[in-house]
Design a protein around this ligand. Structure first.
Ligand code: PLP
Length: 387
């Protein structure tokens, strides 16, 4: 042992381990034995694609969500694409959606050959502003794709009323909203089709890729089941051009272990958010998110307010990182501004402003109060240091 082993090191307190944006280790540790048992069950079964494990998961998740059909697929992106295809949306059609989302939202619309039409968002909720939808409806408009961003349900009553009035279909992007409820009903059960992602970082994530399509419509469910398996109902009898997009059995087994915990994890997220909001209540220049009914806080996203440009926000983020606090910017470039769309879209001022202001702080269900205090103290220091 070196002789100075017990001497206090004044520098050590500045080198506490960095706080990641997401830590999955506590969850994996807490479920270790159950996960191992589930994985061994699949390995011994010899069934790795679809099969009884996927069927059991589909039944359990349909019951949890309160929906007639749940169809396991390869990813959230595929759930959106297959959902659009089942709704017969393709070349020549337009789909109204939000500019402020992950690119998979608009990409799925473009990839089926349709055109995304962007409607600006509400500043407080980050979600599609229903009041702006009708002015964008045109003869080729076929559907609306709302996104329940960061786990906050969209104003679905207003969206559904517009859809009904104009005979449009509704496909909900629920990638970030597993377990979220709108007026007591699960997201993904309100429109014609719901699309969920089980990417590892999502509220209900697996340890690989996975996704889910939900619908109460028997015909849409049948089409989705065919599309995920090369367009066939019966092996080698292909009726449609489909995809290879099946949920695999190992992922389904993992999801079956995790599903019973989702409500308590989402409740823990809301408690984490309550603590953050208290810690940041009097910090000037920071706008904290509203804790609304049914919101499951996939992200805790603050806004750095007042005429700041993205360089200021990026400086605050760098200041946090220097203090060992990792954060993310969801999303630095709205979908309509991405290079892939070559500047073809008119401005959406709210979405453009949010992209300059937002900062997502670390969040996971078991994030400790102590870590949260470190995060908020570091944020205040980073804000003070800014010119
Ligand atoms: C994650 C995500 C997707 C895509 O899900 P994958 O499973 O990664 O394909 C789609 N939309 C939104 C809003 C997402 O956050």
């Amino acid at each position: 042992m070196p002789s100075n082993a017990n001497r206090p090191n004044p520098a050590a307190q500045h080198h506490a381990p960095a706080i990641p944006v997401l830590d999955l280790a506590p969850e994996i540790d807490s479920l270790w034995d159950e996960l191992n048992a589930a994985l061994q069950r699949v390995l011994k079964s010899g069934q790795f694609i679809l099969g009884p494990e996927v069927k059991a998961f589909e039944e359990e998740v349909a019951t949890y969500l309160g929906v007639r059909h749940a169809i396991g697929v390869n990813s959230g992106t595929d759930a959106l694409i297959i959902g659009l295809r089942a709704l017969d949306i393709g070349p020549g059609d337009e789909v109204i959606t939000t500019p402020f989302s992950f690119f998979a939202t608009a990409e799925s619309i473009s990839n089926v050959g349709a055109k995304p039409v962007f409607v600006d968002v509400e500043e407080g909720s980050f979600n599609l502003d229903p009041g702006l939808i009708e002015e964008k409806i045109a003869p080729r408009t076929k559907a609306i794709m709302p996104v329940h961003l960061f786990g906050r349900p969209c104003e679905m009553d207003a969206v559904m009323a517009i859809a009904e009035r104009h005979r449009l279909r509704v496909i909900e992007d629920c990638a970030q909203s597993f377990g979220a409820r709108y007026r007591g009903r699960q997201t993904g059960t309100l429109g014609d089709v719901g699309a969920f992602s089980f990417f590892p970082s999502k509220n209900l994530g697996t340890y690989g890729d996975g996704g889910l399509i939900t619908t109460n419509d028997d015909r849409l469910a049948e089409l989705a089941r065919m599309l995920r398996a090369h367009g066939s109902k019966k092996k080698y009898h292909h009726e449609l051009l489909g995809y290879n997009s099946r949920l695999d059995s190992l992922q389904a087994a993992i999801l079956r272990v995790k599903l019973p915990h989702i409500d308590s994890w989402n409740e823990q997220r809301r408690e984490v958010v309550g603590r953050y909001n208290e810690l940041l209540a009097d910090v000037s220049g920071v706008i904290t998110p509203e804790i609304t009914d049914g919101h499951v806080f996939h992200q805790y996203t603050i806004r750095l307010s007042a005429n700041r440009d993205s360089a200021n926000r990026d400086e605050v983020q760098a200041g946090l990182e220097r203090q060992g606090v990792n954060t993310m910017v969801y999303y630095p470039i709205p979908q309509d501004r991405l290079p892939v769309y070559n500047g073809q879209y008119p401005a959406n001022p709210v979405s453009d402003r949010l992209a300059r202001q937002v900062l997502s702080l670390p969040i996971w269900p078991s994030l400790s109060a102590e870590c949260q205090e470190r995060v908020t103290a570091a944020l205040q220091a980073a804000l003070r240091r800014r010119p």
